[in-house]
Design a protein around this ligand. Structure first.
Ligand code: SAH
Length: 343
């Protein structure tokens, strides 16, 4: 059986034609799923019953099941542990901002990038998620919170550029008017920096925001915490970012998790200014989330402020990421990890 959420409207029109049905039926099915959130063919009351049956025989609506759900009492952040039909589990988080609800989705079950501070990568990668499985996270979360989700960040577990084709198909899918109509500028893709794929993405000339997980100001430091640094130098990565900017005219976001004693000295901030010079960008400083499996410790508030001020005084726009959902383990693969440990 195919997941109908993997289909674009065009794909479903083609299927209707191949199956001797009128093509306007495809739009009706899409409206039920994406506009009315009716996730069961039998509820699609304007379809003839033989068609409902035929759809049910050929497709499933591949929405993940909610295994666990948590809501932060501090800021309303909602965290979901989702399970797909094959039993695999992933997590997604909805954050409530003034500018709208933002969902952070996972792109793979697990991850193979091996970043030392990250809980998602500990068991390696199990498999990629399909475009329909990605959009399924958004649909299910939207149904659960009972409100529209207007922003999507590909920043949950997994490396989106390691699942390139599915992620790109997902972006086109969710961006289309017939589905959830989420503007490209409301989509952020975060990557540890797979250089060839950044170039490939640039050539598509999408208007999404590219976020780079940088976390270090030189190659040696980066190698200590991110294996991907053995494959690409910072210089190559920054070149790819410049290429991305020149193609798309979209300012790059750099994420920098501050870890006590590793990458948080004032000298690192100064070095980072040199690395990022001449590249229109924004730096998001993240006090590292401490996890059980390693001994990385958050930088002190004082060091974080010094780091920020150093970048700002150099003219680099810098923000410190607000911690969301700190009472519900909302960070980076911790929920799945805890669940797997308890099983
Ligand atoms: N693989 C992609 C997207 C998923 S990780 C990437 O590397 O960007 C999303 C972000 O969370 C990345 O910036 C990642 O480095 C960061 N992250 C992972 N574990 C973290 C932790 N323990 N504390 C702070 N940030 C973390």
């Amino acid at each position: 059986m195919q997941n109908i959420l993997d289909f674009s409207l065009k794909d479903l029109i083609l299927w209707m034609e191949e199956n001797g049905q009128s093509k306007f039926r495809a739009k009706q099915v899409f409206d039920w799923i994406y506009k009315k959130q009716k996730l069961d063919f039998s509820l699609m009351s304007n379809l003839p019953s033989n068609m409902k049956q035929k759809l049910a025989e050929n497709f499933l609506i591949g929405i993940p099941k909610v295994l666990q759900e948590y809501k932060s009492n501090i800021d309303g952040t909602q965290k979901f542990l989702f399970q797909y039909r094959d039993g695999n589990i992933i997590e997604a988080v909805v954050m409530k901002y003034k500018h709208g609800n933002t969902i952070c989705i996972s792109t793979q079950v697990g991850c193979r990038m091996g970043c030392k501070f990250c809980a998602s990568t500990i068991g390696g990668v199990i498999r990629n998620l399909s475009p329909g499985e990605l959009i399924g996270q958004v649909i299910k979360a939207q149904e659960s919170i009972g409100e529209r989700i207007s922003n999507v960040v590909l920043m949950g577990s997994g490396e989106p550029l390691d699942n390139f084709d599915n992620v790109i198909k997902f972006i086109y899918l969710i961006n289309s008017e017939e589905t959830l109509n989420i503007g490209q500028r409301h989509i952020t893709l975060s990557t540890c920096g797979i250089v060839e794929k950044i170039m490939e993405l640039a050539d598509l000339n999408l208007q999404i925001t590219l976020a780079i997980s940088l976390h270090a100001s030189n190659d040696e430091m980066r190698k200590e915490i991110m294996p991907i640094a053995y494959k690409y130098t910072l210089k190559e990565l920054i070149e790819a970012c410049k290429y991305y900017y020149n193609k798309t005219n979209r300012r790059i976001t750099f994420e920098y998790a501050l870890v006590k004693g590793i990458n948080d000295k004032k000298e690192s901030a100064e070095e980072l200014c040199i690395v990022l010079r001449k590249l229109p960008c924004h730096v998001n400083l993240i006090p590292v989330n401490e996890i059980e499996e390693n001994s990385f410790i958050k930088s002190s508030v004082n060091d974080i402020n010094i780091f920020k001020n150093t970048l700002t005084s150099f003219g680099i726009e810098t923000t410190i990421r607000r911690e969301m959902g700190s009472d519900i383990n909302a960070a980076c693969g911790q929920l799945r990890r805890n669940y797997m440990k308890s099983e």
